[in-house]
Design a protein around this ligand. Structure first.
Ligand code: ADP
Ligand code: MG
Length: 310
């Protein structure tokens, strides 16, 4: 470490320039410099913590969000999430910073930028009085822009929900949680789920529940549910699971799924929240057409929201 190699390079005029030594890979985070501050949230498999990455040890480091797994045997999922998120570059997608993997194989961690306001699910109920409907539609537009980009890279998110939309500040949101994201192969239009895992069923389109097939249009359905959450300021009493269960009745285990599918196939949809204007509910309903090919796409949604916002 004391002997830094001074690298020199000839430029086109034949003059030597020294290149600053590249001592470390900026995406390689060392676990000994990562200081936990608090837990930010947790889902089925993962846990996200706010940490200070402080290699100088003088509290001048940067705040980062660190995702790790609750059980080590899920590490292949986190590896897949990392390989997805590190390829995504968009304003409305949470930024990848690097990984921490110096404690050996199974203990891999994903380092992301930290979004201080948390997810929409925490942010909206707390800041309701300062957020007007125009703001909500701006969030909707930004989510569609991120989703349009994701689709252009041939990914399906599969877990679009208010809990997975992160808030940078009052006028910028980003899509997060790529834990269920799948890449669609060039010759396919959909991704078929093979493993049975906890799925966010109340956000899922009928073809996902019935045939376990995920199309880009299945993300549009989930966006409709997310927009429903946003327009109701993520009110807990009127969350999608609550609304479904109130309507189809509580039951145990598999029965709920069967009833949910049955209701959707008969055309039942969550009703317009009181705080949601008709014209926005119309867009939500266009996301909830039974057949994936009849649904609106993210591009037309972008145009609708841009129109609403001008
Ligand atoms: P899981 O796969 O376990 O659902 P998520 O990636 O959705 O994990 O993160 C869980 C929660 O942690 C989110 O709902 C959000 O509240 C919080 N969170 C996640 N990433 C960040 C981040 N980069 N900045 C701030 N909070 C975050
Ligand atoms: Mg999540």
């Amino acid at each position: 470490p004391f002997f830094r190699a001074i690298v020199r390079e000839l430029d086109e005029k034949g003059i030597y320039h020294s290149i600053p030594p590249q001592e470390t890979d900026p995406t390689d985070f060392k676990s000994r410099f990562l200081k936990k501050i608090r837990k930010l949230g947790e889902g089925n498999f993962g846990m996200v913590e706010l940490c200070l990455y402080d290699p100088k040890g003088d509290q001048t480091g940067e705040l980062v969000a660190v995702k790790s797994l609750k059980t080590e045997n899920e590490s292949s999922n986190l590896r897949r999430e990392i390989s997805t998120i590190r390829n995504l570059y968009h304003e409305n997608i949470v930024k990848y910073k690097g990984i921490c993997n110096d404690e050996g194989g199974a203990n891999i961690k994903l380092i992301m930028e930290y979004l201080p306001a948390g997810s929409l699910k925490e942010y909206l109920p707390r800041n309701k009085s300062n957020i007007d409907q125009k703001r909500l539609l701006l969030y909707a537009l930004q989510i569609c822009q991120g989703m349009e980009y994701l689709g252009s890279q041939n990914y399906i998110h599969r877990d679009l929900a208010a809990r997975n939309i992160l808030v940078e500040n009052e006028s910028l949101v980003k899509i997060g949680d790529f834990g269920l994201t799948k890449s669609i192969k060039d010759d396919k239009e959909y991704y078929k789920v093979t493993e049975e895992q906890d799925s966010p069923v109340y956000w899922y389109a009928p073809e996902c529940l019935i045939n376990r097939k995920f199309y880009k249009a299945s993300d549009v359905w989930s966006f409709g549910v997310t927009l429903y959450e946003i327009m109701s300021y993520c009110d807990r009493e009127n969350s999608p699971p609550q609304v479904f269960l109130k309507s189809i009745g509580r039951s145990h285990g598999q029965m709920t799924m069967a009833r949910l599918v049955d209701a959707l196939e008969k055309g039942w949809r969550m009703p317009r929240p009181d705080s949601c204007p008709e014209m926005v509910y119309t867009q939500i309903r266009r996301c909830w057409s039974h057949a994936p090919e009849n649904r609106v796409d993210f591009n037309s949604l972008i145009q609708e929201f841009e129109f609403f916002l001008t």
